[in-house]
Design a protein around this ligand. Structure first.
Ligand code: A2P
Length: 346
């Protein structure tokens, strides 16, 4: 088998560091790794694959030395500037930001759902939004079998999805609360927020990414548009409310799905059980259902609370949980690289 060279852009960030961990767990035929971040991190040492890697500053000439693949987890602005440069030098870029996701010629890929789209693809491949990835892994087999008519998404999203600054805001909120006298404990804030407009500790913020003219947030629009693109259902009826909650890691989602076709509930559960990388955890008599704390550290998508929606002719409610930094970002990107390597060798 051939051996490849991979760049990790944004290696010092939350997703980048997790990508390094996931790569260590896998045995990919990659002989050379180069770690990039901003000027701020230039010279930082990261322990990876048993040795210390010095982080390099990402510049316009970074890709001149030639790379097979690059995983970008450095935000939209960095991706817009540097991903096209990398691609122009023959590197296949898997970008975690939303910069290219809706571009017509950019495949938006979840390996369990639409891997065929990256066969022979060169240039930029987009990694979908974290909330969308975990939803479509479970929804794709149901769409194939029962043809989805409408989806209502309600999300409970962890702060890790907002990067290191989101994690600091929750940590600082907790420390602020703990450092107060028991009798004066309230949500009064005496620390600087780095990411969110209000304290995330003790709160739920129905506000992820920016608000748009139509009253939706950009995160909600991303879930709607990306689900349509990945499932190849451009007219699918979808609505979404995305909420940031004081959970460190793993997103939880309540998903209401209406189908064109009738279904048998047992058969639907079996369909989910047989779906790749879906784990059904649904035994309410024993209080078994997916939890953020249990999903963290895993690449599978956990589905539970599977019950018929009695308010419509053919509908179901699902509770779907996954590690947003692993399956929602780092692992999905690495699985895309794995698929590219598979296609290249077969
Ligand atoms: P740095 O650590 O040098 O700022 P997170 O959102 O988890 O904080 O991670 C963002 C990642 O994107 C970090 O690795 C960060 O590097 C990187 N990054 C931000 N801006 C740039 C840039 N202009 N060039 C390269 N990497 C960048």
């Amino acid at each position: 088998m051939k051996s490849y060279k991979l760049a990790i852009v944004g290696a010092t960030g939350v997703v980048g560091r997790t990508a390094l961990k996931v790569l260590e767990e896998k045995n990919l035929p990659i002989s050379e790794y180069v770690l990039f971040a901003s000027k701020r991190s230039c010279g930082t040492k990261l322990h990876f694959m048993g040795k210390n890697y010095e982080v390099r500053e990402l510049t316009e000439t970074s890709f001149d030395e030639g790379f097979d693949f690059a995983i970008f987890s450095a935000g939209g602005d960095t991706a817009k500037k540097f991903a096209p440069i990398a691609a122009s030098k023959g590197c296949i870029v898997v970008d975690n930001s939303s910069a290219f996701r809706m571009e017509k010629d950019v495949p938006l890929v979840v390996p369990e759902v639409n891997p065929e789209e990256i066969k022979n693809h060169r240039g930029i491949i987009a990694n979908p939004n974290c909330s969308t990835i975990q939803a479509v892994v479970a929804l794709k087999p149901l769409d194939t079998k029962y043809h989805i008519k409408r989806i209502v998404y309600s999300t409970y999203q962890a702060v890790s999805g907002a990067g290191s600054k989101g994690i600091y805001d929750l940590e600082n909120g907790i420390h602020n609360f703990e450092s107060k006298q028991e009798c004066t404990k309230n949500n009064e804030q005496n620390y600087e927020l780095q990411k969110f407009p209000y304290p995330i500790f003790n709160n739920c913020l129905p506000h992820i990414d920016i608000f748009l003219e139509n009253g939706y947030t950009k995160e909600e629009e991303k879930m709607i548009n990306e689900t349509r693109k990945i499932l190849k259902r451009p007219d699918l009826k979808i609505t979404a409310t995305t909420v940031r909650v004081p959970v460190f890691n793993s997103h939880s989602e309540s998903i209401n799905v209406e189908f064109e076709k009738d279904f048998d509930l047992e058969e639907l559960v079996l369909t989910l059980k047989n779906a790749p990388n879906v784990i059904v955890q649904d035994d309410v008599k024993n209080n078994i259902y997916p939890l953020a704390t249990n999903a963290t550290g895993h690449d599978e998508v956990f589905v539970g609370r599977i019950r018929r929606d009695k308010s419509v002719k053919s509908g179901v409610n699902l509770w779907i949980v996954a590690d947003n930094i692993r399956k929602g970002a780092a692992s999905n990107a690495i699985q895309i690289v794995e698929k590219l390597i598979d296609f290249d060798n077969n």
